[in-house]
Design a protein around this ligand. Structure first.
Ligand code: HEC
Ligand code: HEC
Length: 309
């Protein structure tokens, strides 16, 4: 009797495993629909300059869309090519940043402005697949998205074929059941006034700089597990993105605005730090003032215990 039950349990388990494997495999290239934003690259030099300021500054595209060891070049102020190929070794496998130079074969030269805008705003690749949510630009205003894409259109094409993403079994399961396109949280503004207010700072922190992405504890799929900006999990070199909320435990609680600005202009102090300091140091004082003003308004939150995942 026991033997029979064991035999049947084994058969049922096997069928289940085969079933899950087949379904998982069939869900590796799911296609999604999303609107094409009405974005058209401009040739206006002021707009292109604004895009460049974001790409090499707060939006730090260059830190991810360059090859390894670009950091020291970035710290010297060199404009490293955005030819992609940086490998992110994650629990789900290896994800590679893409070549975003205008090369037609290996870059994004063949994509329309609207296809590029859709990747950044709605998280859907030109081929309809979901984008891994590395980039927090979903709520970027039409004007700023236009500026960034306008700049991308002006850079030198670089031929560099980036390898396809290599997922492990966990990665296949995460892709099949958890990865969905991430889009804007509401109506995206046509333009946002750049000033030194907390409201502009909030936009910079959440929709351009991705400060919350690192400074908040998250799960494998990227969902937030703790109050926004209350501190992240250990990263390269064991360094922990500190709590930035308005609490005595918060790292900048006692900092004056000028100390905050000076800290950013210094750039990276710990070589292993994953914070893109060398891009952020290109921010201007008004952007830094706005960010400081916003951080001072973030409700106090306890730093999560990094041990209990
Ligand atoms: C934190 C790292 C990171 C930052 C910062 C970043 N990217 Fe990306 N980007 C990636 C990764 C990784 C992918 C590939 C995602 C995937 O495979 O689904 C990607 C994909 C893309 C794609 C899709 C290309 C294609 O062929 O489909 C575009 C376009 C893009 N990024 C543009 C940008 C721009 C513009 C910026 C700055 C405004 C930027 N990225 C900032 C990591 C980053
Ligand atoms: C890719 C991850 C990442 C991103 C994005 C990021 N940080 Fe950090 N941050 C870290 C890590 C790791 C540390 C701790 C190591 C260090 O100080 O460099 C840190 C440290 C800090 C510190 C403390 C510095 C000190 O000297 O005590 C401040 C302030 C800070 N981050 C603010 C920000 C702000 C504001 C943004 C967005 C504009 C941001 N961070 C984006 C990872 C990140």
């Amino acid at each position: 009797m026991i033997k029979k039950i064991l035999k049947w349990t084994g058969i049922i388990l096997l069928i289940l495993i085969i079933g899950v494997t087949i379904v998982t495999a069939s869900r590796q290239h799911l296609k999604y629909d999303a609107a094409y934003p009405n974005i058209h690259a401009s040739k206006d030099t002021a707009i292109i300059a604004k895009g460049k300021h974001f790409v090499y500054g707060l939006a730090h595209c260059t830190e991810c869309h360059s090859t390894v060891n670009a950091d020291s070049l970035i710290s010297l102020g060199k404009e490293v090519p955005l030819s992609g190929g940086l490998a992110f070794n994650l629990p789900v496998g290896t994800i590679y940043s893409k070549n975003i130079t205008p090369d037609k074969e290996t870059g994004i030269g063949d994509l329309t402005d609207q296809e590029i805008a859709r990747v950044l705003r709605f998280g859907v690749h030109a081929n309809g697949e979901a984008v891994y949510d590395f980039m927090p630009f979903h709520n970027m205003s039409d004007e700023d998205l236009t500026a960034v894409i306008s700049y991308l259109r002006t850079i030198q094409p670089v031929k560099n074929k980036v390898p396809g993403n290599k997922l492990n079994l966990i990665g296949n399961a995460v892709k099949a059941y958890m990865v969905k396109p991430v889009g804007p949280s509401g109506d995206v503004p046509a333009s946002i006034k750049a000033d030194t207010t907390a409201s502009y700072g909030k936009y910079l922190v959440l929709s351009v700089g991705n400060c919350a992405g690192c400074h908040t504890k998250r799960d494998l799929s990227g969902a937030y597990l703790a109050p926004l900006l209350s501190g992240g999990t250990p990263m390269g070199g064991g360094l922990i993105p500190p709590n930035l909320t308005n609490t005595p435990e918060g790292r900048i609680y006692t900092w004056t605005e000028q100390q905050f600005i000076d800290r950013f202009h210094k750039g990276k102090l710990f070589a292993e730090s994953e914070m893109p300091w060398n891009s952020f140091k290109h921010m201007n004082d008004d952007e830094l003032k706005a960010i400081y003003e916003f951080l001072k308004t973030v409700p106090a939150a306890k730093t999560p215990d990094v041990a209990d995942k």
